[in-house]
Design a protein around this ligand. Structure first.
Ligand SMILES: *Cc1c(COP(=O)(O)O)cnc(C)c1O
Length: 399
């Protein structure tokens, strides 16, 4: 099997696996990091080292990192927590700006708030439509601001098409206007340089398992200066400065720290090598006529940045389900990884203006640290062969 689904999840990096072992062994460091005895202090010290490793990758301070169970929880905590805290200070309704191409967990959180309100106040949400290349500009965001806007939530890198939003440009514009900016960086961390000392994002969501760390652990960056304030969504022992209660998962946290340290050490070499493989895959696939790259422009050279690990392609003249079924050796997603159970065409590709048929006849290839050039060559050959075969069978294509 050729695994080209690193945007869905990654395997543990061997360095991460090694780092986690002492915290998993029955005779290892198992004490509760909140306990006030020597064994607890040892676990606590390890958790704090990991916190510093996560902070270092994004130019944050360790005290700005709050552990969560993953980016889904971080996104929920950021959006609901910020609205709940700020909501009590303002008028009769609250306004959020986001985009139609956000991850489901941001869109569903927004829909939940629209349906139920928060702290007795109504919530309105503007879902910005990106350009057909996948970009939401700072101008689009500024034009949607109202006096009631509390929060803008925009992802740094889209998980289906890889389009990089210009957060560096947007963040200072929102800061000047006193509007909070939350960024889902699950696909950006370890892929692009992020420096939150220079980029005034208020809240930023991270996940370990997209960066060769374990599943079930993530973090929310919560800025200290100026302080971004949140109401907790998980109530209990008051862990994590009161923002997220629950016993810390030491082994997972150590894994996330090791994964982020490895990502920092390898950032440039990974991006160059993985981006090179992605470009190789695209150049091979272009042997096929009438295929379309989703996100950015067709040849990937325009001013629009695409994260190095992602390539999303629509194939004319084939049916999406048949195409995926014809490629059992390939672990790739359709554009709609999260809703593939419902077999609906990707809402992200639909938001770019692709029709249902083109949105459905798409493959998302995502490349990672252990991908080799020969795997890319083999994957390209398989896709080309199957698309040609399916097209030959199709009466529509013949016409
Ligand atoms: C994977 C992903 C998430 C969800 O992260 P989990 O840690 O699996 O909850 C959120 N946003 C984006 C962009 C993702 O790629």
């Amino acid at each position: 099997m050729i695994y080209l689904d690193y945007a869905a999840t990654t395997p543990l990096d061997p360095r991460v696996f090694e780092a986690m072992l002492p915290y998993l062994r029955p005779d290892g460091v198992f004490a509760n990091p909140a306990s006030t005895h020597a064994a607890g202090f040892k676990a606590r010290a390890a958790v704090e080292r990991a916190r510093a490793q996560v902070a270092a990758l994004i130019g944050a301070e360790p005290g700005e990192i709050v552990w969560t169970s993953g980016a889904t929880e971080s996104n929920n905590l950021a959006i609901k927590g910020a609205l709940e805290f700020r909501g009590s200070a303002t008028s009769n309704f609250l306004h959020i700006i986001t985009s139609r191409t956000e991850h489901k967990c941001v869109l569903d959180t927004c829909r939940h708030l629209e349906a139920h309100g928060i702290s007795g106040r109504a919530v309105r949400v503007t879902y910005l439509k990106p350009s057909k290349l996948g970009v939401v500009t700072s101008e689009d965001v500024l034009a949607a601001l109202t006096p009631e806007t509390l929060l803008v939530s925009l992802m740094w890198v889209n998980n289906e098409i890889g389009v990089v939003q210009n957060i560096e440009r947007l963040a200072p514009l929102l800061r000047e206007r006193g509007v909070l900016l939350h960024v889902d960086a699950a696909q950006a961390a370890g892929k692009l340089p992020i420096d939150l000392q220079r980029t005034p994002v208020d809240l930023l969501s991270l996940s370990a398992h997209k960066v060769y760390g374990p599943k079930g652990i993530g973090a929310l960056f919560v800025r200290r200066r100026p302080r971004a304030r949140l109401n907790p969504q998980m109530h209990g022992g008051g862990h994590e400065q009161g923002m997220r209660s629950g016993t810390l998962a030491t082994h997972q946290i150590i894994g996330m720290g090791a994964a982020f340290a490895a990502a920092k050490a390898d950032l440039e070499t990974d991006a160059a090598r993985i981006g090179g493989l992605r470009d190789l895959l695209w150049s091979r696939l272009q042997l096929l006529p009438r295929i379309h790259r989703n996100g950015g422009d067709e040849n990937g050279t325009a001013a629009i940045a695409i994260a190095p690990h992602l390539l999303n392609v629509s194939f004319e003249g084939v049916e999406g389900e048949s195409l995926r079924a014809s490629l059992p050796e390939l672990a790739v997603s359709s554009g709609s990884a999260c809703s593939s159970a419902t077999a609906e065409p990707s809402y992200v590709l639909r938001a770019l203006g692709r029709d249902d048929e083109m949105a459905n006849a798409s493959l998302r290839f995502s490349i990672g640290r252990s991908t080799t050039a020969s795997e890319i060559e083999r994957a390209a050959a398989l896709v080309i062969q199957q698309v040609q075969w399916l097209r030959e069978l199709s009466p529509l294509w013949a016409a």
